[in-house]
Every structure is written in C-alpha cells, then in structure tokens.
Ligand binder design. Sequence first.
Ligand code: ATP
Length: 298
Amino acid sequence: MSVTVRVPAKVNVQLAVGAARPDGFHDLANVFLAVGLHDEVTATPSAGGLRVTCAGPDAAEVPLDRTNLAARAALALAERYGRDADVHLHIAKDIPVAGGMAGGSADGAGALLACDALWGTGASRRELLDICAGLGSDVPFALVGGAALGIGRGERLTELEVGGTFHWVFAMARRGLSTPAVFREFDRLAEGRDVPAPVASQDLLDALAKGDPEALAATVSNDLQPAALSLFPELADTLAAGRGAGALAALVSGSGPTTAFLARDTETAEVIAGALRASGTCRAVRVASGPMPGATVL
Ligand code: ATP
C-alpha cells in the first residue's frame, strides 16, 4: 500500500521585505499564488527505515539524506506521534530546484500529508500546519494552496479570494540561486537606507479578488528582485525577452532565478513561451496557470 500526494509550486505576486531583524530573519508581506507545476510525493512502508529517492530533470541536485524537506517532514510527524519513520518517500520532481518556486517546501508538505494518510495519524489541519511552519516559511502555503497572504517570516497565512484564473509563463535559469545568499545581497544593498515595514498592497489584493490580469500586472512587486539581479545579471535579458513578447508583467519569482511572466490569456502565454525559448536566455520554459489547490492525496 502506498499514498501519493500532488503538490504545487508557488509564485510570489508580491514579496515585500523588511529590514533584517536582530535574529537575522526578515519580516515579510508575501502574497503567494499556487501554480500548475507539481511534484508528487509517494510514501510507501519501508522495513529498512527512512529512505528518499527522487526522479526528474533536476533530481541530481536534490539531497537524499535527512536534510531533504520531505524526510524532515516525515521525521517530525513520526516524532510527534511516537512512531518510527519507517517509510520510503519517492519524489517525482517537476518543480525546478533552487528556483524560487518553493519546490523543497512543496515536497515537505507533500510528504507530511502522505505520511499522515499512510500512518493514519489523523492529525488535525492545525497540527499539520504547525509542523509545516516548523519546517520552513514556505511550507504551510504548499499545504494550503490557492492564494494566501503570509506575514511574519511568511508562515502566518491568511487565505485570499481569487476571482479568476491567471496565466503564467515560467523561464527556468541555467543555474540556481541560494535563498540565503539573495537575502544577504538584499541586506548589503539596503545598507544605509531606511527599509519600510512590509505591507500587502490593497490594490494587488483587489486585482486578485477580481481575477483581473491587467490590474494584477500593474501591482505585482518583488523586493528581492534587485538582489537576485545583482547576483545573476543575465536575468535582465530573460525579463526583457518576455516583456518584448507581450507579457503584462515580468518579475523574478521569489528569490529567483526563475522568472515569471503574466499573460492576458492562454494564447498569449504560448506566444511568450515561444519567444522565451527562441531567446536562448534560459534553460527551459513552462506555461502554468493558477490558483491551484494545495497538497492533495491522489
Ligand atoms: P524557495 O522558493 O522556498 O526559496 P527554492 O525553490 O529556491 O526555495 P528549493 O528547490 O526548495 O529552492 O531548494 C533549495 C535547496 O534546498 C536545494 O538546493 C536543496 O539543497 C535543498 N532541498 C532540501 N529538500 C529538497 C527537496 N525536497 N527538493 C529540492 N531541494 C531540496
């Protein structure tokens, strides 16, 4: 017997970052949208204890030891319920690794839900969300999906109304960017400046609620984008290629280096995707829409 959970990637339509706190973390106002790029995590009983395997184009970059967020999720649930994490977790990986789309976080939420179902722990939603928050600031959203505002380190979530489907194109870069390195660059660029407290844009929340892509395009923002571009200047060429092909908005996704392009409709999304592929400025291009449901048992 095994349980498979499907779990989406995210794009941040707003990522407002405050000044570094004394503990080194940053306060965020983070508007997440789950999009149709998915990993699948399958949990199967394993007599030999915890084991992680991974398949997919980026599989070689995924750690298979206990630092994998899927493994950490299984261990956290096993510990809470006083049982052994005797499970094989297989990750079918389609979300780019180190791409700013929260792929590792998705696997953490997926493994948690899969083990909960496999072991019949019957944990409440609240308990699962608590475990997710302990694993990382993007993990609770992968469980919830849809669209949500995250405050604090991003993990205190309020679900948001979305009035329609948004069409996106994602360009995967030829190398990854480490999230901590991007935050360090943000701090370096912010030195000597007053960084305002992060707040969600009401215009952006209204655009999501209306399902209006033009209004959303006018309000998307990512405070980490200058830092990502500073560490990875070639991303400016990818952003320009997508804008030139008719994207309503072009931005770095989260800490990058994946770039995200908002399209008016599916046809325009395909045109933008074609132009990005032809531009030679990225490794791969995918069309995906959102919002999508969070982690779901198949
Ligand atoms: P975020 O958008 O949340 O900042 P990301 O999408 O940029 O994250 P991830 O793909 O989640 O980045 O992974 C970042 C690093 O985490 C990887 O380089 C890898 O070493 C480690 N990692 C741990 N577990 C996983 C996992 N299940 N899948 C991918 N990477 C993982």
